[in-house]
Design a protein around this ligand. Structure first.
Ligand code: ADP
Ligand code: MG
Length: 295
């Protein structure tokens, strides 16, 4: 291999907004036959907004938003940012949090205004004996069927309500995914979020329902990549979150969104600087062209 051609490849990558960790990365870019895409922040913008608040009978939605917003102000997750922003907009300053804890890919907890508050996914709260009433479950299912993410809010030993958050699919995602297919990569959607929302989003960007892996924990993302590899596939993983970092490292080729977290960027082989999925097929094409020049 001529180092000059590889350097030309990495230089051209920089022009296209693709940062390549080293010339050796290009070889794996050529072999990849599967593109595993994280949902939130990768296929979607990751800029979530609060769409609805529901509470059980006797609980004021404003009280729920105050408590959840104050707690989530300490979180770095896009779900937390959406809830905290909505609370700040409505109430101004938020109460301080004591003993904040973040369970990655599960939820957050802490003490706000003397109350032990937890916000997170249903299965995580259920492990603490916090199960929502049927009415809340129904509201959650309806919201998830419209591509939303639902997190439940509990305090003083009971689930008091839920927050519905959602974000938009990036304008360039569907075209980028179609191009990845043309280049011979089969797209797979991998998310910690609920299956219903993941399927709606997958359909809108041209990913088959059978290629949706949803509801996974952060460790589950690594396992999902490994299972695909064990079945003989060469995996390019594209992600942005702290919870994607291990899977990006496990993949044959890791691509991080430049708009993502430092952990993801450090774990990846390539960074798509603009945080635009259309740079992913550019990266694959560039490396194939570069390697052809060398051979
Ligand atoms: P994704 O794979 O879509 O990036 P994550 O693994 O980060 O999703 O999160 C998975 C799930 O964990 C979320 O859908 C939510 O239910 C829960 N969760 C994670 N962080 C938080 C948070 N700060 N507040 C509430 N719920 C959270
Ligand atoms: Mg993400």
């Amino acid at each position: 291999a001529t180092p000059t051609a590889l350097l030309v490849g990495t230089g051209r990558g920089a022009q296209l907004g693709i940062l390549i960790k080293g010339p050796q990365v290009l070889e794996n870019t050529r072999r990849a036959d599967t593109a595993v895409l994280d949902k939130t922040g990768t296929v979607t913008t990751g800029r979530m907004t609060l769409n609805d608040v529901r509470t059980v009978a006797g609980v004021d939605p404003d009280e729920l938003l105050r408590l959840a917003g104050a707690l989530e102000a300490a979180s770095e997750h896009p779900i937390g940012a959406a809830i905290a922003a909505a609370a700040r907009e409505r109430f101004g300053a938020l109460a301080p949090v004591d003993g904040f804890a973040n369970a990655a890919g599960l939820g957050v907890s802490g003490t706000v205004a003397g109350r032990r508050v937890a916000v997170g996914r249903a299965s995580w709260l259920a492990e603490r004996g916090l199960t929502p009433v049927a009415e809340l479950d129904d509201a959650a299912s309806a919201a998830e069927g419209e591509a939303n993410t639902v997190v439940f809010v509990a305090w003083d030993g009971a689930v008091r309500g839920l927050c519905v958050v959602g974000d938009a699919v990036r304008a360039t995602s569907a075209d980028a995914i179609a191009e990845l297919r043309t280049l011979g990569l089969r797209p797979v959607l991998l998310t910690g979020d609920n299956r219903a929302a993941a399927v709606v989003i997958a359909r809108s960007v041209g990913i088959d329902e059978s290629d949706v892996i949803a509801g996974v924990l952060p460790e589950g993302k690594v396992d999902a990549v490994r299972e695909l590899q064990d079945s003989g596939r060469v995996v390019a993983m594209i992600g942005d979150g702290v919870n994607d970092a291990a899977a990006l490292a496990q993949a044959d080729l890791g691509l991080a969104m430049g708009t993502g977290t430092d952990a993801a960027i450090e774990a990846a082989d390539l960074t798509l600087v603009r945080g635009d999925l259309s740079a992913a097929p550019d990266a694959i094409r560039l490396s194939r062209r570069t390697l052809r020049t060398i051979k």
